[in-house]
Design a protein around this ligand. Structure first.
Ligand code: AMP
Length: 421
């Protein structure tokens, strides 16, 4: 129960209005520690309820303590504009009875509008690092009285190259602040950011596998992109779902697929890094409102997308890394809902699938679509790691000394598992 977390009545009222019945595991663990003023290192993925886990204790602290009335009191740094806006909205809802001002600062907006916003002195700022640093440098905002700092999705902040900006912003922050760092994964790069924490308590929410227990994870073998297109269409036509999110690795692929799906009467839209902000917002709104049922996106474009009722995630291209896979499938099965994640695996993607399974300690369930059989049946032999074992016979090097692999006439390497190239 939220009432057991010693939260102020104003916050309990807001939580109730938002329809949250009981705290999620990350909220249960993080809120009491954060209320004690401890620094936190939270390992929790998107969909775990991590936003309220840091916002509720911050809001509580801001309404119960009298702060200095100049400058920001709480700063939340996030990797993308989308996420900033979403957290801004969640903060306004959670704080709707608190009478605090919330400002969202991201790139792609006019400086003069942002300067005006900062002059109103919002207690809470949700911001992306690049623009924030520019505003700090020109003196439009000040963090010398900062009481709470949050680095959300720190793995993405690092991956998107924001570490230096983040550290430069932190250098201007009040040292006697509380800092919370949240990250789905802890790759080496994020460890550099850990230095900004002061005696942190670690909150770890299960493994990636346990977090995604409510998501059925499947894979379907595919011969090539054309075969994948047919499989995708079949899934969209036969699965029952409210909203589907389809991932590809390139923006051309996203645009192309969207065209193909629209031609086949699917209500589809696409998002990638080059889509203009207003078009992007309109697409997300249409998806949220149900005017679009299918959204085709790249990893970056999907960051921070928090649309309820995404119950089908299709990896048209397999994610390139385990962490990306976790973020992708985390879009479904959010806060207790059920979800289905299907990966379409071509001959070149088998080993990627195997390493992701190994990394996450999960086994994707094999699925076949009877109506769309392919010729690719997976590797003939597997290594213990689950990767394809090469079955190509190696010729003994002539002269017996050289250990190098003999080159085929075309110079190409044998396909994984000796499957026909
Ligand atoms: P997050 O992991 O913070 O992105 O949250 C994922 C979704 O779960 C958001 O739509 C939240 O509004 C929602 N949520 C957060 N906490 C709870 C809760 N205790 N009960 C139900 N939904 C929640």
């Amino acid at each position: 129960m939220f009432a057991d977390l010693s939260l102020d009545q104003r916050l309990l009222k807001a939580v109730d209005k938002m329809g949250f019945e009981s705290p999620t595991p990350v909220q249960q663990q993080a809120i009491p520690l954060a209320l004690q003023g401890r620094d936190l290192l939270v390992n929790a993925a998107t969909g775990s309820g991590k936003t309220a886990a840091f916002l509720l204790p911050i809001l509580q602290s801001l309404i119960t303590k009298k702060g200095e009335r100049t400058g920001t009191r709480a700063l939340v740094l996030v990797p993308t504009r989308e996420l900033a806006r979403q957290i801004g909205k969640e903060c306004e809802k959670l704080g709707s009875y608190c009478g605090l001002k919330v400002g969202v600062i991201t790139g792609g907006q006019e400086f003069k509008v942002q300067r005006a916003l900062l002059r109103r002195d919002p207690e809470i700022l949700i911001a992306t690092p690049g623009r924030t640093l520019e505003l700090v440098k020109e003196g439009s905002t000040l963090f010398s009285n900062l009481e709470h700092l949050v680095l959300d999705e720190a793995d993405r902040l690092f991956e998107m190259g924001f570490s230096e900006d983040v550290l430069a912003i932190i250098a201007t922050c009040n040292e006697a602040r509380q800092t919370m760092l949240l990250s789905a994964t802890l790759p080496a790069g994020v460890r550099r950011l850990l230095q900004v924490l002061n005696g942190p308590v670690r909150v770890q929410i299960n493994s990636a596998r346990e977090q995604h227990e409510s998501i059925r994870q499947q894979y379907i073998l595919a011969d090539d992109d054309k075969h994948k297109e047919k499989l995708l269409l079949w899934l969209l036509e036969h699965e029952s779902f409210e909203r589907a999110l389809v991932f590809c690795n390139t923006r051309d692929q996203a645009t192309h697929l969207c065209g193909v799906m629209r031609y086949r009467d699917q209500r589809a839209g696409y998002l990638h890094g080059e889509v203009k902000q207003d078009v992007r917002n309109a697409t997300i709104t249409a998806f949220r409102e149900g005017k679009l049922k299918v959204l085709i996106a790249s990893d970056v474009a999907s960051r921070g997308l928090d649309v309820k009722g995404i119950d089908l995630v299709i990896n048209f291209d397999m994610a390139r890394k385990g962490d990306d896979y976790v973020h992708r499938i985390g879009r479904t099965g959010r806060a207790g809902e059920e979800g289905l994640a299907v990966a379409l695996i071509g001959p070149q993607e088998w080993n990627l699938k195997a390493s992701i399974e190994r990394y996450l300690n999960v086994q994707l369930e094999s699925r076949r679509i009877k109506e769309l059989p392919g010729t690719y049946k997976g590797p003939k032999k597997l290594k213990a790691s689950g990767k394809a074992a090469s079955t190509a016979k190696r010729k003994k090097p002539e002269g017996g000394k050289s250990k190098s692999r003999p080159k085929s006439k075309s110079g190409s390497r044998p396909a994984p598992g000796g499957t026909p190239a």
